[in-house]
Design a protein around this ligand. Sequence first.
Ligand SMILES: Cc1ncc(COP(=O)(O)O)c(C=O)c1O
Length: 437
Amino acid sequence: MSGSPDRSDALFHRARAVTPGGVNSPVRAFNAVGGTPRFIRSARGAWLTDVDGRDYVDLICSWGAMLLGHAHPEVQAAVADAVSRGTSYGAPTEQEVDLAEEIVARTPAEVVRLVSSGTEATMSAIRLARGFTGRDVIVKFAGCYHGHVDALLAQAGSGLATLAVPGTPGVPESATALTMVLPYHDREAVTAAFAEHGHRIACLVTEAAPGNMGVIAPEPGFNEFLARTCADHGALFVSDEVMTGFRAGRTGQWGLDGAAEGWRPDLMTFGKVMGGGFPAAAFGGRADVMAHLAPVGAVYQAGTLSGNPVAATAGLTTLRLADDRVYEHLTRAGETIKAAAREALSAAGVPHVVQSTGTMFSVFFTDQPVRDFAGASRQDTTAFAAFFHAMLDAGVHLPPSAFEGWFLSSTHDDRAVQVVVDALPVAATAAAQAVGA
Ligand SMILES: Cc1ncc(COP(=O)(O)O)c(C=O)c1O
């Protein structure tokens, strides 16, 4: 139906000559699904238009950032106004104060520092945790992604409670030698790691709800258990809400568990939605911990474009518009798509599990509920690739990987949702033909 993406093909060819893999972030290259990535010319609301003039319902939404859809008129107007007053000063602005106040008002963080990417946020939070505790070891979970921070690009070592090995060439062993990687949801592994190394652990960092191995809702009490274990050992609990923050719900994942259970992370990281489509992110948390950051404290952290006035304006305008109605809409649209996906995949006999946390959800191509990376890795990625391309042909741009959530926006209206629903049966049949291939 979509025909050959001639201009995307041509651009991909040119791009590969001057950029590794032709892309500036690996997942965009379609390596996991094959074929040519669509080069996008413009986007509006729930829709992407590629350089060949084809329209797609966008279920990537800039990997979660575009909560209000593309080219939102109020965000655009605020950004245009900000741009008209200059784009970067290297001096403080009112927008930064407003954005920090908005984040502090919506989350348990008492104090925040603005940065430019989620990677920078987690990297800085870990440095601060180490500086605050005077300890070096950090604990993370397999399958949780926190950006391309050296110490966090680690794979589990040969046994539980052992230190990790680099997950990529270019990261020296010394950078991951102080990182422990544990299976998600494994309380025994966490208890054992803290029992053996607790006095050396600066922090445990986790996605507030994993979204980078597909969406996994933390089992009730799991984050609370992590927070308590950290507290018992004098370590900090770092909750990474770069993806879930202001997306899983108004307050992020914490609003779904911590608020009711009565615990707070020591540090949190934010990104994506709070940048409104611009490079802005943040880390923050307990005021006494954040007081260790320069210029108040001794832990150094800085950035030429941190709190950039245009990015801060886009983020602030987005957050101010992200009211309860937005999340109610995302819930409704998500329920329709999830039900249709279950129905189509069941009818075609494709093993699948649909999982959600708040307004975030993903479809796993496996027959068992997924609670950790081992479970996510049991997916039939060949079936997903066939499914992905059939959806693309029908005008729906899914994330090009089986290990990602499907992201919606407040502009995914009945028409956009119907395009997704109508595409599902054919895509499910394509997946069925590829199952086990
Ligand atoms: C949970 C989480 N943390 C950190 C990051 C890194 O953010 P960035 O890509 O802005 O560096 C991501 C990116 O997807 C993420 O999902």
